[in-house]
Design a binder for this molecule. Structure first.
Ligand SMILES: NC(=O)c1ccc[n+]([C@@H]2O[C@H](COP(=O)([O-])OP(=O)(O)OC[C@H]3O[C@@H](n4cnc5c(N)ncnc54)[C@H](O)[C@@H]3O)[C@@H](O)[C@H]2O)c1
Length: 431
């Protein structure tokens, strides 16, 4: 075994050991007697974090299971919960199964507990920072979960989710991840061609990009505390979103991880900064990153992500193999001379619908799905890229995964929280 292989396998061993330790730290849960529902039984769905994706996820869930009803909605802001409910009630296809009474619309930092307490299945679609806490409570209460990406914004959050997912496994609960490309039939078949049929030989390297435009901003009001400002504009604060490499580009890093066997990279070397997103209103996140990830056996991922206007947008993975190449999202394969050899022409149902169909089937059939391994590994890979870019240092997986740096305030309250500084590579700590 080469030094690098041995380093990689011990790194992986440590990842698994840490996962087990995290599980032990959480304690053992009693297994509830009836965590699945026979066909026909009504399942109550609760939505936590009722923004754009959460409202969409509620629609997908109701389409996926005709016996399910949405019975509770929670958001840290009452206006967001009410707006989501109103839009769901106006959706003719599912409105008859949106049965959320006024008392079941919750707001505040504890809204998640009130929702979870009274439903069977929860849709965890709030701002990423809160995911570990929301998931831990849902699992403690024995609820099946749809868990949006990313599952955390820092390494302690990833450890917490690993522990919660292990507890979910022991309780027979389903944990379905919102890393939706895993449920896309075209991507699944392209991956099968590459990984099982070996249609492009062995993978040598992957060129991966999530290069897109700028996003929304929700303004400011004099009466808002700085906590309210940051939460309403959560995208621009690393403690809330994880920065765009974690929040958005995780979709790309999840596909590169899938292509490389969902193992941990050995090291990451990253650059990044902000050139268009310089106004103070954009908090402190970057608008571009480049990361070189080193994997066992000399494999490499060359990754970029950008959120800037007026630049070329491109989102895909080009996989370089010993016998050819592939484009994952375009579902195409080429031989080593660049000649097209295959393209996916099968059905293309919405991956958002499929992930919910799988979730509800798993609950009804009593065969829980648990997407913990890839959703925690891929989130950590994205966090690792950010830590390397912010600090300007090449970092090992262990340094990042063992980091105890927890992002965000110690307590949540409507006060004036600090305005974090933009990280200057070479001067900032890896966070
Ligand atoms: N899988 C995908 O393709 C996809 C697409 C879009 C968004 N997402 C993910 O979904 C999540 C939400 O994104 P969005 O676009 O809907 O954002 P959004 O801002 O529209 O919605 C997030 C909601 O969460 C609420 N919230 C914040 N903190 C909360 C807390 N502590 N408790 C309850 N609610 C809280 C916010 O007030 C907001 O209404 C993010 O993690 C994002 O990455 C995934």
């Amino acid at each position: 075994m080469s030094d690098r292989q041995s380093e990689a396998s011990s790194t992986r061993r440590r990842f698994l050991q840490s996962s087990a330790a995290a599980t032990a730290a959480l304690g053992t849960f009693a297994i509830p007697g009836n965590v699945h529902a026979d066909s026909g039984e009504m399942l109550k769905i609760g939505l936590i974090g009722s923004g754009g994706r959460g409202t969409g996820a509620a629609i997908d869930a109701l389409h996926a299971d005709p016996q399910a009803k949405l019975t509770a909605i929670g958001d840290v802001f009452l206006d967001r919960a009410q707006a989501s409910l109103q839009s769901l009630q106006q959706n003719e296809e599912i409105a008859s199964r949106v049965v959320v009474s006024e008392e079941n619309v919750f707001s505040g930092f504890d809204a998640y507990q009130k929702v979870i307490d009274q439903v069977d299945v929860v849709l965890l679609t709030a701002t990423p920072h809160f995911r570990p806490r929301h998931l831990a409570y849902a699992v403690e209460k024995g609820k099946h979960c749809f868990v949006e990406k990313p599952i955390a914004v820092d390494a302690p959050g990833v450890h917490s989710v690993i522990a919660s997912c292990q507890a979910a496994k022991e309780k027979g609960l389903s944990i379905v991840s919102g890393l939706c490309w895993r449920y896309d039939l075209g991507v699944q078949e392209t991956m099968r061609q590459i990984l099982e049929e070996k249609a492009i030989g062995d993978i040598v390297a992957i060129e991966s990009s999530y290069n897109a435009g700028l996003l929304w901003h929700r303004g400011d009001k004099p009466e808002w505390s700085r906590m309210e400002y940051q939460l309403r504009n959560w995208y621009y604060y690393t403690w809330l979103s994880g920065d765009h490499i974690t929040e958005q580009a995780i979709h790309s890093l999840d596909k590169t991880a899938w292509l490389l066997g969902d193992q941990a990279p050995i090291r990451a070397t990253a650059l990044g900064g902000r050139q268009q997103r310089t106004d103070k209103k954009f908090g402190h996140i970057f608008d571009h990153f480049t990361v070189f990830y080193e994997y066992p056996e000399g494999k490499r991922v060359y990754f970029t992500c950008r959120q800037q206007e007026g630049c070329t947008s491109h989102v895909d993975e080009r996989v370089l193999g010993t016998k050819g190449q592939a484009e994952v999202l375009r579902h195409r394969l080429y031989d080593s001379a660049g000649k097209p050899t295959w393209r996916y022409e099968g059905p293309k149902p919405s991956m958002y619908r499929v992930e919910h169909q799988k979730l509800f089937e798993s609950i009804r059939q009593g065969e829980p799905i648990n997407n913990a391994d890839y959703m925690t590994n891929s989130t950590m890979i994205a966090i690792m890229g950010r830590m390397s870019a912010y600090s300007g240092k090449t970092l090992s997986w262990d340094e990042c995964f063992q980091s105890d740096k927890q992002l965000g305030p110690a307590e949540y309250d409507w006060v004036d929280v600090e305005e974090p500084a933009v990280a200057i590579p070479g001067k900032a700590q890896p966070v």
